[in-house]
Write a protein that binds this ligand. Sequence first.
Ligand code: ADP
Ligand code: MG
Length: 262
Amino acid sequence: MKSVKISASGIQKVYNPGDTNEVLAIEDLNLDVREGEFVSLLGPSGCGKSTFLFMVGGFEKPTAGSLMMSGETIRGPGADRGIVFQEYVLFPWQRVSANIAYGLKIAGVPKPEQERRIAELIAMIGLQGFEEAYPESLSGGMKQRVAIARALAYDPDILLMDEPFGALDAQTRSRMIADLIRIHQATHKTTLFVTHSVEESILLSDRVVLFTARPARIKEIFKIDLPHPRSVTDSEFVHYEKAILGSLDEEVSKTIAANRDL
Ligand SMILES: Nc1ncnc2c1ncn2[C@@H]1O[C@H](COP(=O)(O)OP(=O)(O)O)[C@@H](O)[C@H]1O
Ligand SMILES: [Mg+2]
């Protein structure tokens, strides 16, 4: 059995505690993610998915509970976590190779090793020939590939992805999904992947974790027992999809009802 990589126990997150604009985002969240696992987080908009990811990233602190990575309490951001957001955060003034090299330079990796690593990552994301291009000349999908390569550059223990394909068109998105599966199979990075797409979550994940409407708790965990590559038309796939959509719809309705009462 693989060891536990991320362990969340009794996590609570209150924004602006004691203030008039206090928000209870997360309430008593418990989740263990094992080494090498690909876990998707799904839930209604505003339920606390990004908040949880930010806490694992070390950018926010839980107001109660224990959040650990590799057996140690998470106290801040670190190079052991690679992060990819929906909006590509590339440096527009730097070429693709320099964008990918960013973390390696900071870490003081020697130049030849940097170059070897960049070549490897460029091949992994399929952007050979674009090493010298500037971000503005790349499509959305290509920029997101560079962002993934940059997150992988210093070989982090885990990958945190927040709706990374949310802004991409359907065709580009399905190619990115296939590539991410391939990258995961090659690197076995423990991955937390926030999405609002049920289909995306089933295509990618070992487990799909469904959050309740805010304040977030875990409503249900779906273990996806399907070999890769997965097909959206497969009857078992459709079965998972119906089950997850049904459960998610209940939470979305609660969110809508709560907002009506405001
Ligand atoms: N920095 C913040 N300050 C105050 N409230 C916040 C902050 N970030 C998020 N929230 C609130 O916390 C709740 C959960 O937000 P978020 O984690 O972004 O949801 P999700 O990613 O699931 O859409 C929302 O009600 C949001 O408005
Ligand atoms: Mg979010």
